[in-house]
Design a protein around this ligand. Structure first.
Ligand code: PLP
Length: 409
């Protein structure tokens, strides 16, 4: 059994019954929240219960939506480490700068959390065929979990999606359809195909359970930091599931009495200046984000010009006392290199954008040097070979080695 009581539209509040598949609210076409009987969870789930459970995201099962553990579809999702960045912290003047490294998850990004949960729920409902649009990592993750569950999968991707993402999705057995458009065009095709192809639409926030999977980032970091949340969380924002999910995690943890201090982080939503609908709407004080024209960024996970959960991202950011900020596209390669060389951390371009934002917020005093800052590395650098410079040295075996020229990186 689960502690889910019902689902609830994030916009109009309409209730829907648990135990059956849902997409958007049928009245207003907005996302649904999964609601739990938190009073009951509080009674039956003491924090100490975690001590004897495996180090994976299923350890929080009382706060997760599946009814039967038999239905879980898993590829061995580990708890991801939180790494202190001492050298970089010293350079930036920060006493406590940490990275939560999500690149260790199956398929190399945090998309695994959302897809593990969404495919588990699809499995529980007996769904056999799933589809989603993606501009980056979501397709590979969905395809892998779908194959693991014995389901068929269909993935629509913009033509200029990074080649590794296209190949990994194909390798995992999905039918991959490339499209001469953006992720929202791909999303429209997924929607249009539901009727004739009979697939279930797993697009970001168009089904309720990917948020529940990403929520585990918040539960996990709270536990890892001994229930003292950081002052600042920098999160690269595309569709926003991760940021929305973490904020939901903190709300639920507070409700079950696991955050005695009650202090929550300021959530910083980070976007590239090449695609910044949320940052633009935040600045303008808007509830919704108008479509961002001519979206382009090599941080493909951030190339989401229209987000169906825009108001949920903006609400979470505002409630937290945080902000939504852009960093220039031009900072990406330099930050990937700097983090790898200074800390051994191979970060994705999306995380490099967070670092550009951190620079600005330190410079303008929004973040103080005493703040405890946590940055999400949402995926690894290796999926973006085009952004990684190649070494120039080469040794010809016909010549004697010239040792003197070797040092210096
Ligand atoms: C999808 C993705 C993002 C954006 O995540 P959302 O939770 O959808 O905002 C950031 N980074 C990477 C590497 C991604 O794949």
């Amino acid at each position: 059994m689960s502690f889910v009581t019902h689902l609830e539209c994030a916009n109009c509040g309409r209730h829907y019954p648990a135990g059956q598949p849902h997409n958007l609210c049928t009245d207003c076409q907005r996302p649904l929240w999964v609601r739990y009987d938190l009073d009951r969870v509080r009674e039956v789930f003491p924090r100490e219960a975690l001590a004897n459970r495996p180090a994976d995201l299923w350890r929080y099962r009382e706060l997760l939506p599946y009814a039967d553990p038999e239905n879980v579809v898993s590829l061995g999702e580990t708890m991801t480490p939180i790494l202190l960045a001492q050298r970089l912290g010293a350079e930036l003047g920060l006493d406590n700068l940490v990275f939560k490294d999500e690149s260790r998850l199956p398929t190399g990004s945090f998309k695994a959390r959302g897809m593990a949960m969404a495919i588990t729920m699809a499995n529980e409902f007996g769904i056999q065929r799933v589809a989603c649009p993606t501009a980056g990592n979501a397709g590979g993750a969905m395809a892998a979990y779908a194959s693991r569950a014995g389901m068929e999968s269909y993935v629509f991707m913009p033509d200029d999606t990074p080649v590794i993402n296209i190949k990994e999705t194909h390798l995992a057995g999905a039918s991959v359809i490339r499209v001469n458009g953006l992720i929202n065009d791909c999303g429209r095709l997924v929607g249009e195909g539901c009727q004739s192809m009979g697939w279930f639409d797993l697009s970001t926030l168009k089904e309720p359970y990917r948020i529940e999977g990403k929520k585990t980032m918040g539960l996990e970091l709270a536990e890892q930091l001994d229930w003292e949340l950081p002052d600042i969380i920098l999160y690269p924002t595309g569709g926003g599931t991760g940021l929305i999910g973490m904020w939901k995690a903190f709300t639920e943890l507070e409700a079950i009495g696991w955050l005695p201090g009650g202090k929550r982080p300021r959530m910083i939503s980070c976007q590239s200046d090449g695609c910044a609908p949320i940052a633009t709407a935040f600045e303008a004080g808007e509830k919704h984000a108008p479509p961002f024209e001519n979206a382009h960024t090599v941080a493909s996970g951030l190339r989401v010009p229209v987000a169906v959960g825009d108001f949920m991202i903006l609400d979470a950011v505002r409630e937290s006392g945080g902000c939504a900020v852009t960093a220039p596209e031009s900072c990406i390669e330099a930050w990937m290199k700097r983090l790898a060389r200074l800390e051994g951390l191979a970060v994705c371009p999306e995380t490099a954008i967070c670092m550009g934002v951190l620079d600005q917020l330190l410079a303008n005093g929004t973040i103080r040097t005493s703040d405890r800052v946590l940055v999400f590395n949402t995926g690894g650098a290796m999926k973006y070979p085009d952004l990684i410079e190649e070494p120039t040295r080469h040794h010809d075996l016909g010549l004697p080695p010239d040792w003197k020229t070797l040092s210096g990186g």
